[in-house]
Design a protein around this ligand. Structure first.
Ligand code: COA
Ligand code: AMP
Length: 636
């Protein structure tokens, strides 16, 4: 049996012994005596009676162990021409002070703090400061509009909001303060205070509940780490589901810390003192896990990058960062490399940098499409590793275990289940699918440490979204199959979640916004293939009677509405007006059929369709506007 198989089988057959061993590698205030228990609904809970603090484990502990002078953060911001190096000791001190500032505003263990910040070191300081106090942070990605922020503030009910005065997007400065003020105005819950980090690029006017970060910190007394129970929540991170309301994924403290620490060694092959670079954003799960927490838990240095893969200043940005900071493992989304490949197909920019330090490239956030895989594999001398996970799991479900036992790669596959994840493929009847047979990808309970422990204040949704479909299994929402060698292939979502440039969004949510426009009678939003972003949304709209016929004006209005309500990150830029939409006789829109039409795939006319002529309508509308792969190709 190979090392991987031995480790995997032990993790499934003796989960308590396996994870107890991993837990011993972290500094606890009180080590857990109960490793695994189940709550009343039958969900796994790890290390619940242990006492730990993730800020202590990631910062204070390393300083005590002699890493005080080692860089914890390399911050690099081509968009503001800024660079900073922050050591472990400096980071601990900054975090302790900011924790003291939050404490001064009344923040206590269990309170929520919403963080709306760009990729600046203070975003990490704010997150760790919450963790230090045992408060629960909820970071919201900067590309979301006020309405989305308002929904999250209302649900999380934070005592305090922490923000920056602005974000910087390539060539434009985005004022954050008006976004926050509007969001608080729209939310039924009003936070008591808002702390604003003033950036040089734009100073925000502070009023009422606002506090200046610098002034607050200058007056604060550093706060110590508060021991929390292993099962206490560390954060709530909202993610798109199939309805308009995002789900607040709740992460516990100890299970998460143990899982991340294990993954740094086993998957990413990182040792203390080495440099890890994850090009994502603190607003996404990749940012939480592999920019903020995992690298520092492992005693590594994390690169915090405020910029894009291209245009800041060019397609050599990542290569420059890898070379300059001597990065050992690099992680980003495939879409970033599709953007680089478009600008620099022959890798000329790469040739300008010495990236001999790089030992592996990791990709996730969406499927690593075979053309991008082959391009990277030809270009680089290091393994190109696709690994699959989601906000809910917090760390990879399937990967090539580079730090344990590297395996040959297969294009299009995330390789094998990571120890702890008993991944299975079930057919509609809940039966195990045979090799090569596609089905629902599920994880047999218990989920390993690190995975979600609930949906914030909504146990019913936790159950219905993840646990109800196949009792005893967690439903990932992805479809896929195992091949004969046990390699896992993830083929895409089986629900209305789409993946735009590595960002997860809900077509259902966009439909709610579009459908609320006074001129719209009915609509469907579908995700269609896009060469750069993987998928992009397209709205199909039936106007109400009395519509004035100005389709251009309607399209503009709907695009503006989605941008205003959800944000630019939705990339909602195309609307087609149609007379009819294909529906079943019971009135359900046949979205899969719509997607197939757009993607030029074969489709049969289902016997349940109420009006087959509606397909022709959609075809015509797509053809006229060259929407979708099939119609674009015809146009060429
Ligand atoms: N704040 C405000 N606006 C933001 C934003 C932020 N933090 N991030 C993105 N936006 C805006 C962009 O400016 C753009 O606006 P526009 O419509 O006015 O041009 C819009 O949201 C769409 O952004 P994006 O989809 O990112 O497109 P892009 O053209 O700016 O960049 C990529 C394309 C591929 C380079 C970029 O999406 C990328 O680097 N993706 C990597 C994804 C990633 O890190 N995923 C995390 C999981 S690993
Ligand atoms: P998020 O929660 O934003 O991380 O998005 C998770 C979803 O992105 C998954 O459910 C998948 O649909 C998709 N995804 C992420 N990584 C991969 C991957 N390596 N291969 C295929 N799909 C992926």
């Amino acid at each position: 049996m190979s090392t991987y198989h031995r480790e995997f089988h032990r993790s499934i057959e003796q989960p308590e012994a396996f994870w107890a061993e991993q837990a011993r590698r972290l500094p606890w205030f009180t080590p857990p005596t109960t490793i695994l228990e189940y709550d009343e609904a039958g969900h796994a809970r790890w290390f619940v009676d242990g006492e730990i603090n993730i800020c202590h484990a990631a910062l204070d502990h390393h300083v005590e162990q002699g890493r005080g002078d080692q860089p914890a953060i390399f911050w690099d911001s081509p968009v503001t021409a800024g660079k900073r190096v922050i050591t472990y000791a400096e980071m601990r001190d900054q975090v302790a002070r900011f924790a003291g500032a939050l404490k001064g505003l009344g923040v206590e263990k269990g309170d929520r703090v919403v963080i709306y910040m760009p990729m600046v070191p203070e975003a990490l300081v704010a997150m760790y400061a919450c963790a230090r106090l045992g408060a629960v942070h909820s970071v919201v990605f900067g590309g979301f509009a006020p309405h989305e922020l308002a929904v999250r503030i209302e649900d999380a009910e934070p005592r305090v909001v922490v923000a920056a005065s602005c974000g910087v997007e390539v060539d434009r400065v985005i004022p954050y303060k008006p976004i926050i003020d509007t969001a608080i105005e729209q939310s039924a819950h009003k936070p008591e205070a808002c702390v604003v980090l003033q950036r040089e690029e734009l100073t925000a006017e502070l009023t009422g509940r606002d506090h200046d970060w610098e002034a607050l910190v200058a007056a604060a007394t550093p706060a110590d780490c508060v021991p929390v129970k292993g099962g206490d929540p560390l954060y709530v991170l909202y993610t798109s589901g199939t309805t308009g309301k995002p789900k607040g994924v709740v992460r516990d403290t100890a299970g998460y810390a143990v899982a991340l620490h294990y993954s740094m060694e086993t998957i990413y092959d990182m040792a203390p003192g080495e440099v890890f670079f994850s090009a994502s954003d603190v607003g996404w799960v990749v940012g939480h896990s592999y920019i903020v927490y995992a690298p520092l838990l492992r005693g590594c240095t994390t690169v915090v990058y405020e910029g894009k893969p291209v245009k800041t200043p060019d397609a050599g940005a990542f290569w420059r960062l890898i070379s300059e900071y001597r990065v050992k493992s690099f992680f980003t989304a495939p879409t970033a490399f599709r953007a680089i490949k478009k600008e620099d197909p022959d890798g000329k920019r790469l040739a300008q940098h010495d990236i001999s330090c790089l030992e592996a490239l990791f990709l996730a956030g969406e499927r690593l499409d075979p053309p991008t895989f082959h391009w990277l594999d030809d270009l680089l001398d290091v393994p190109v590793i696709d690994h699959w996970w989601q906000t809910e799991t917090g760390w990879p479900i399937a990967a090539n275990l580079h730090g344990l036992e590297p395996m040959p790669t297969k294009a299009g596959s995330a390789t094998v289940p990571v120890p702890g994840f008993d991944v299975q493929i079930l057919d509609r009847e809940g039966e195990q699918a045979a090799a090569l047979e596609q089905g629902s990808v599920v994880i047999k309970q218990p989920l390993p440490p690190g995975c979600l422990v609930g949906v914030w204040r909504d146990p019913q949704r936790f159950h219905s979204a993840y646990m109800a479909a196949f009792p005893g299994y967690y439903l990932t929402g992805d479809g896929g199959y195992f091949d004969e060698d046990g390699y896992l292939f993830i083929m895409g979502r089986t629900d209305d979640v789409i993946n735009i440039a590595g960002h997860r969004l809900s077509t259902g949510e966009m439909e709610e916004v579009v459908g609320a426009h006074p001129a719209v009678a009915e609509c469907a939003v579908i995700g269609i293939h896009d060469a750069l972003k993987g998928q992009i949304p397209v709205g199909l709209v039936i106007p109400k009677d009395g519509f004035d016929g100005d389709e251009v004006a309607l399209e503009e209005a709907l695009i503006a509405l989605v941008r205003e309500k959800i944000g630019p990150i939705a990339c909602f830029k195309q609307v087609l007006v149609v007379d009819r939409l294909p529906k079943t006789r019971s009135g359900k829109i046949l979205r899969k059929l719509l997607r197939n039409i757009a993607d030029g795939k074969e489709y049969g006319v289902p016997s349940t369709i109420d009006d087959p002529a509606s397909l022709q309508d959609v075809h015509e509308a797509m053809k006229e506007r060259s929407v979708g792969a099939a119609h674009e190709a015809r146009q060429v």
